[in-house]
Design a protein around this ligand. Sequence first.
Ligand code: SAH
Length: 253
Amino acid sequence: MVHFVGAGPGAPDLITLRGAELLERADQVIYAGSLVNPALLERCSDHCRILNRAGMTLEDVIAAVCDAESRGETTVRLHTGDPSVYGAIREQMDRLDECGIAYDVTPGVSSFCGAAAALGAEYTLPGVSQTVILTRMAGRTPVPERESIARLAEHGSSMTVFLSAGMLSALQEELLKGAYTPDTPAAIVYKATWPEEKTVRCTVGTLAEQAKENGIDRTALVLVGEFLEADYERSRLYDPGFTTGYREGREKT
Ligand code: SAH
C-alpha cells in the first residue's frame, strides 16, 4: 500500500495527525528533498528506509514502491504542502493503477495557507475579493495561454503565485497587464512556517526589487491583491442582523 501524504508547508507540527501516524508506521518513505522539513523524518521508525526523491525519476520512485510491495511493505510518499497542488501525484497514481498497487491520499496544509497565516491575512475579504487564484509563471512546465498571468490578472482577485520566485521582473510585468496597478499591495513569503521564514510586504511595482534586496529567489510565494490592505465589509455570517441556517438575525439588514 502507498500513502501519499501532505507534509504541510514546513513546520514539523503542521502535518496532520493522520499523516504523522502513517509516517510512524511506514516501512519506506520517499520524500521531496529540499521542500520537506527533515525534522518530520524523526517520526519514522528505526527500520524505515528513507529515500530522497530529489535524485529520483518517476520510474525510480515506482521501482522503489514495487520493491517494497513485493515484500509486503508500506510506502509513504511524502509531498510538500498539499499533494494536489503542483505535486505531480496524478502520474504516480496512474502508474500505481497500472501495477495494481493500492494507494490513498492524506491532504496537507498547503504553503499558500501557511503564507496567509504568516501575514495574518484573509484572502476572501467581503467587498474586496471572494476568489483566490493559485497559479504560476510558465517555466519549463508550460502554462496554457488562457491561464497566462496577464489574463488571470484581469480579475483583480486575490492571487498566490507558486514556483516563480526566480522570475519576479517578468511576473511583475504580467501582473500589470491586468487589473493590478504598481500600487496594488503584494507580499513575498519565503519558507512560510520554517524557522527561517521571511515575509516582505511590498507592492506589485516593487516585487522584483524587494526580492533582490532581501535575497529571495526560491522557495517563496508571491501574494497579490487588495486583501493585503484594503478596507472591507463585515462578514455577513457573523453580523447580528443576518439570519443563517443556525441563527435568527436580531434585526433586518
Ligand atoms: N504542494 C505544495 C507546492 C509545491 S510546488 C504546496 O501545497 O504548498 C513548490 C513551490 O511551492 C515552491 O517553489 C514555492 O513557490 C512554494 N512553496 C512550498 N513551500 C513553501 C513555503 N513553506 N513557503 C513559501 N513557498 C513555498
